[in-house]
Design a binder for this molecule. Structure first.
Ligand code: PEP
Ligand code: MG
Length: 592
């Protein structure tokens, strides 16, 4: 048996066996606190100056290597360079060295703590938030003070499994994919930057491993099981050979299903469903096309606003949306307006002071509150809509009144464009996400006002079962096949179809191999998911029959418990794919 087995959230599938390499940044409390003799203070100050200089040179080097598609996300590097060039941090640290005879590492920590205490008292949330950047910059200098030997990404010489507390945008730019076999981080959820990157790079990854730093040492042999979200530390021979086998089988399996992923998702009895992709970054488009995605069912536009100081302007957004639309053409692309708040903050606004952020100023509410910001995005989307494959979608709509207010606002933006002689497509399809129970129960009313629905089960589960989707303590209750959920989804699909509009599903559930036949039974028109999941999804659909799916749905609708539903769908998949179950990762939890 392995020394330890750690559990996290699998965000990118696959298996990797290799040596652990910790990206050991910002761990000041591991560093010794020393008193520097008076005669050596000058030397300590020049050691500090050199570390600042090296950190600066390092960032400037990284800046020149930023691939164009990551440019937007790498802007934060500019601000870090500016911080290193600003003499204040350096001067106050030198002062600590001289006054308190502190070693440079601890003197820098003291300076950062001082800045932190000033920042905490500031009213402006945006400025308050900048302390995170000061920490990251100081961490980079610390690394050079400490020797800068084995903890930076650039010092990786052989293929390793990268472990980190978190991965910053600068780290992401520095990654040389060829050297990283897999990675795991302490922080992060399914939609964190590190998870997105892992899927884009197609390497196994696990996030949210709380005990990562406590149980793994640099250089230890570990297995990353990106199928189950487990890390095996110092596995025994039996585990090693078991996972090596599984890795080859998985790779074989993937190659096989990718070969057929360009075929339509059609059941053996001729029912066809669209399989689209959810994306967050422009660079994921190649993965969408390579995995057989037929369009983009959800473009999470908020990622272009994160990790940057200045908000993107209309022209930048217009370019971004146009580029994506032409790359996916003739496939369709659904642009969702900003969904920030809750766990996603725009640096410009900083975290809001809310007791329950998931129930607060999020998504459409945030946009209606910050209308200038919303107007810029809507203008860009409308102007991009002359590419006729673009649709628009609003998140977190709670009811008809709110929807009408949003539509009126959009009407005023359209009028503004018209007055300025700027073109847009007045017939661009406009849809909404159904992700609040109130929207779900009024779906029949809302359907008359929009061109399509997209069911966001990630939030619909959160808000209807009362479970914070990022809270690991209640994740056992996060059950997509709760009878309430199954009824809700069916209700929305039927309401949409009665009104003659298309209904998609774009939550993680859409890619869950066990849930797909149930969703098919409801005759959902489109399933939208992370690009990596497309081949498996199409494979399952192509082996299924609509008749069986409807039969399964009937049984699920008649059942009274989650556990019965989970058993029904598992038995059904087992009958169809007995040898493939080990490759299927699922949201379904055992035993509830
Ligand atoms: C959802 O809520 O299901 C969804 C797809 O949106 P997001 O995960 O971005 O909240
Ligand atoms: Mg959502």
């Amino acid at each position: 048996m392995a020394e330890t087995i750690l559990q996290g959230i699998p965000v990118s599938t696959g298996i990797s066996v290799g040596r652990a390499f910790f990206l050991n940044r910002g761990h000041i409390h591991n560093m010794p606190r020393q008193t520097i003799p008076v005669e050596e203070l000058d030397k300590e100050v020049s050691r500090l100056e050199q570390a600042f200089q090296r950190a600066l040179e390092e960032l400037e080097r990284i800046q020149t290597r930023v691939p164009s598609e990551l440019m937007e996300h790498a802007r934060i590097i500019d601000s870090h360079i500016m911080m290193l060039q600003d003499p204040k941090l350096l001067e106050s640290t030198k002062d600590y060295i001289r006054r308190m005879q502190l070693n440079a590492e601890w003197a820098l920590e003291k300076s950062v703590e001082d800045i932190e205490s000033v920042f905490r008292t500031l009213e402006d949330a945006y400025i308050r938030e900048r302390i995170q950047d000061v920490r990251v910059v100081a961490g980079r200098v610390q690394q050079h003070l400490w020797g800068g030997t084995n903890s930076g990404i650039k010092s990786i010489h052989s293929r390793v499994i990268l472990l980190a507390h978190d991965l910053s945008p600068a780290d992401i730019v520095e990654l040389e994919v060829g050297k990283i076999m897999a990675f795991a981080t302490v922080t992060g959820g399914k939609t964190s930057h590190s998870g997105i990157l892992a899927r884009a790079l197609q390497i196994p990854a696990i996030v949210g491993v709380a005990e990562l730093e406590d149980f793994i040492q640099d250089g230890q042999l570990i297995i990353i099981d990106g199928l189950q979200g487990r890390i095996y530390v110092e596995p025994d021979e039996e585990e090693l050979s078991e996972f090596t086998d599984l890795k080859y089988q998985f790779e074989d399996y993937q190659a096989r299903i990718i070969r057929s992923s360009h075929l339509p998702a059609e059941t053996i009895d001729g029912y066809q469903v669209k399989v689209f992709a959810n994306i967050e970054l422009l660079e994921e488009i190649s993965s969408v096309l390579g995995n057989g995605g037929e369009g983009i069912g959800l473009y999470r536009t908020e990622y272009s606003y994160l990790n940057r100081i200045n908000m993107p302007d209309e022209e930048q957004l217009l370019d971004e949306y146009r580029d994506l639309a032409s790359m996916i053409h003739p496939g369709k692309m659904v642009i969702r307006t900003l969904d920030v708040g809750a766990d996603k903050f725009i640096s410009h606004f900083g975290p809001l002071d809310e007791a329950n952020p998931a129930l607060g100023l999020r998504a459409i509410r945030f946009c209606l509150h910050h209308q200038d910001l919303f107007r810029v995005q809507l203008r860009a989307i409308l102007r991009a809509s002359v590419h006729e494959n673009i649709s628009l979608m609003f998140p977190m709509i709670s009811g008809l009144g709110e929807l009408l207010r949003v539509k009126a606002f959009m009407g005023s933006v359209q009028a503004e464009l018209k007055k300025q002689g700027l073109k847009y497509n007045p017939k661009m399809p406009v849809g909404i996400m159904i992700e609040l129970p109130s929207a779900m129960l009024t779906a029949d009313i809302l359907a008359g006002e929009v061109d399509f629905f997209s069911i966001g089960t990630n939030d619909l589960i959160q808000y209807s079962l009362g479970i914070d989707r990022t809270n690991s303590h209640v994740s056992y209750l996060y059950q997509p096949l709760h009878p309430a959920l199954v009824r809700m989804i069916k209700y929305v699909v039927d309401a949409g179809h009665r009104a003659g509009i298309e209904v998609s599903l774009c939550g993680e559930m859409a890619a869950d191999p066990y849930c797909i036949p149930v969703l098919m039974g409801m005759q959902v028109d489109c399933l939208s998911m992370n690009p990596q999941a497309i081949p498996v999804t199409k494979h399952i659909i192509r082996q299924a029959s609509m008749e069986d799916c409807k039969d399964l749905l009937k049984q699920v609708l008649a059942s009274r418990t989650v556990s019965r539903n989970n058993k029904l769908v598992k038995d059904s998949i087992f009958r169809q794919h007995p040898h493939e179950l080990m490759f299927y990762s699922s949201l379904l939890d055992e035993g509830y």
